[in-house]
Design a protein around this ligand. Structure first.
Ligand code: SF4
Ligand code: SF4
Length: 383
């Protein structure tokens, strides 16, 4: 295992591979029923092999991830790791809620402190909530009394929202979606460089894009990878590309099988910033182009069309649709759309064709029509 440090937390080694506890083994396909024994074994094996960053969040596994992590880190494992969880900003309605939620999370995790505490999934609206309800002073009280050790945020919104949030507080770290297919998605590569230039270390989430970059690749992609003199699995290519960026401190992978853990650990042993040769980076470019040619809607997820008066998550809907078509993985795309977009009430079925979004789109996408098409592909009869 290799280790890096956050620029503002020097001297604290963090494993380049972090264990994400949002895709643990479950019983009978029920996300709320974590298969305790194998999940605990997997997590502890990862820690025994050098992983020291464990990431969870209040809503993962329908609220069961935090209590599971608390139990799994018994028998001395809690002291071996930096424990990270995220404050569910959307549940804060009064100024008193910040500390109430933190104390509830400490109880669920059965610990007296959280090493890395993130304001979860900040975007424009949630950042406004944090400021309006004085969330930052509440976090500073928790830092002062030791309930949390380091403060950061995770992010899901457009790049132009990311920059003011980075500049809005003296963050020690932040967490963004980052993989070789998402250089321009949300914060993306420009956001990574922006944060890193300001001394804010970055945690990369979804380095394998929900597993799609690690699954069996189409024959054309396999042929591109096979031209490399250095043999790597698809997962290792994706991870090494993320670690190639020195601004990335750790990459989180939600592992649920021993094979994934072993594969990721093997890749982490070779993680180096600037570790990919020019010819190897050219192969990554070829693979990216292969997948990009299969994009159905030319949405750059710039977010200019937001907000929709009916709450439709336009860029997220198109992102799910494009994931389905790029990787021919409609199952993963439909799952992401159902769980994170349509399920919480932001699906394309809420579109009333008012036309407000269309003139704002620099890509001149016929948004209402393409939303209908996307929703159908992701729900009615996945292609
Ligand atoms: S056309 Fe549909 S998606 Fe666009 S703003 Fe109106 S309701 Fe929202
Ligand atoms: S639909 Fe257009 S405006 Fe909206 S996020 Fe995509 S590219 Fe940007």
């Amino acid at each position: 295992m290799r280790y890096r440090s956050f620029p503002r937390i020097p001297g604290l080694p963090v494993s380049v591979l972090g264990f994400g506890c949002m895709r643990l083994p479950v019983v009978g396909g029920d996300l709320k029923q974590i298969d305790e024994a194998p999940a605990r074994t997997l997590l502890r094996q990862g820690i025994d092999r050098g992983i020291n960053y464990v990431d969870t969040a209040y809503p993962y596994h329908g609220g069961e991830s935090e209590p599971f992590v608390g139990r799994a880190l018994k028998d001395g494992y809690r002291d071996k790791v930096l424990l990270a969880t995220k404050l569910p900003v959307w549940l804060a309605q009064t100024e008193a809620d910040w500390e109430r939620l933190l104390d509830e999370q400490l109880q669920r995790l059965d610990t007296d402190h959280i090493d890395f505490y993130l304001l979860h999934a900040l975007g424009a609206a949630r950042w406004e909530t944090v400021l309006r309800l004085r969330g930052l002073p509440a976090m500073e009280r928790a830092l002062a009394d030791g309930r949390i050790r380091h403060l950061g945020f995770s992010f899901h919104d457009a790049l132009q929202v990311f920059k003011p949030i980075v500049d809005g507080y003296d963050w020690e770290f932040c967490q963004i979606q980052f993989n070789f297919m998402d250089e321009g998605y949300q914060a993306g590569l420009e956001g990574l460089d922006y944060a890193a230039a300001r001394g804010v270390g970055v945690i990369a989430m979804e380095p394998l894009r929900g597993g799609t970059l690690a699954a069996e690749q189409p024959p054309d992609v396999q042929r591109i990878w096979a031209r490399s003199p250095v043999p790597r699995t698809a997962a290792a290519w994706a991870l090494q590309w993320v670690w190639d960026h020195p601004g990335v401190v750790t990459a989180l992978s939600g592992m649920n099988a021993d094979l994934q853990l072993q594969e990721n650990l093997a890749a982490a042993a070779g993680a180096r910033p600037g570790g990919l040769a020019t010819e190897e980076l050219a192969l990554v470019d070829e693979v990216r182009e292969f997948y990009a040619a299969r994009i159905r809607v030319p949405c750059t997820t710039c977010g200019y069309c937001a907000p929709c008066p009916n709450g439709v998550a336009i860029p997220e809907t198109f992102a799910s649709y494009n994931t389905g078509s790029m990787f021919a993985n409609w199952k993963a795309a439909a799952f992401a759309y159902g769980a994170f977009v349509a399920g919480p009430g932001h699906g394309a079925d809420k579109c009333e064709d008012c036309g407000a979004c269309e003139p704002k789109c620099p890509q001149q996408i016929d948004i209402p029509a393409r939303l209908k098409e996307a929703h159908e592909a992701l729900t009615v009869h996945p292609v």
